[in-house]
Design a protein around this ligand. Structure first.
Ligand code: OGA
Ligand code: MN
Length: 284
């Protein structure tokens, strides 16, 4: 197994490994690389759902997909309750996965719960000719780029992370619409967190839409969030993944943001994802 950094500190390509037959020692090396780089890409891993689940479970117990929220027709077709599909493909009039073909804005996954997943494992299955690229932004670097006065201002402050909307901006089933971020339901986390495994300070913004800094006026909260987001995804800290079928990306959801380009609805895109259950609360 070969760990090939794509930049000095962020994103590595893992070569010469078939994750279907990964040994304990190899997994430990991969896990160390994941903590060091935040994002790993492994090409040519054409896993089925059981293989994706088995490999992902090396990182810890997995999140079950929220079956209750899915339409019955989709629920009946689910083969594996730990694998989520993201897709624009429509079968019998129903999408077979989440997010459709829309652009997904910068976010990390499920930060609106108290203990968000530490790792996400995303497999490219069917990939359009163009569009649907996924981008990752290093939030250790974003924290380091903050000017001293901004860093001092956010020490001890928190953000409330909106649970009601998806990363394409649509309302999740079971939530009522609102038009004031102060009313958004969701977990509150420190703006700067200490990574539980690396000890590094990381900017932890979740997503811009419907975020709110508790204790502030709405105008002050909006201004502070805008100031922080100006540092979140600077081009020098962003890496773009152009997918091939069989690409497997593992990211540290505590340390990186991701976003996705939209793509042509006439093209087919199918991704499969496992998320690891958190064992640790997010702390400042
Ligand atoms: C995700 C996600 C983007 C993509 O899996 O959490 O946001 O490229 N995916 O489909
Ligand atoms: Mn996501």
């Amino acid at each position: 197994m070969n760990v090939k950094p794509i930049t000095a500190k962020f994103v590595a390509e893992i070569e010469d490994i078939d994750v279907r037959s990964i040994s304990g020692d190899e997994f430990n090396e991969l896990h160390r690389a994941w903590l060091e780089y935040g994002v790993l890409r492994l090409r040519n891993q054409p896993l089925d759902e059981d293989e994706l689940q088995t490999f992902s479970a090396n990182f810890g117990p997995l999140e079950e997909i929220p079956l209750g929220r899915l339409p019955e027709v989709v629920r009946r077709k689910i083969k594996n309750r730990f694998v989520t599909q993201l897709s624009n493909i429509v079968v019998d009039g129903k999408p077979i996965g989440g997010l459709g073909n829309a652009e997904a804005s910068w976010h990390s996954d499920m930060t609106y719960v108290e203990t968000p997943p530490p790792a996400s494992v995303l497999l490219g299955v069917e990939i359009p000719e163009t569009g649907g690229d996924t981008y990752f932004a290093d939030q250790n670097a974003a924290y380091e780029a903050l000017p001293d006065d901004l860093r001092a201002r956010v020490a001890g402050l928190t953000i409330k992370h909106d649970a009601a909307h998806t990363s394409i901006g649509s309302l999740r089933p079971g939530f009522e619409p609102f038009d004031d971020p102060r009313e958004a339901p969701g977990a509150v986390h420190p703006i700067v967190i200490t990574h539980p495994e690396t000890g590094q300070k990381t900017l932890y913004l979740g997503r811009r839409e419907w975020a709110y800094v508790p204790g502030m006026t709405l105008a002050d909260s909006e201004a502070l969030l805008d100031a922080l987001w100006a540092y979140a995804a600077r081009p020098e800290n962003v890496w773009r993944q152009v997918w091939q079928p069989g690409d497997l990306i593992i990211w540290d959801n505590r340390r990186v943001l991701h976003r996705r380009d939209d793509f042509d609805q006439n093209a087919r895109r199918l991704m499969k994802r496992c998320q690891v259950l958190s064992r640790e609360a997010i702390t400042g």
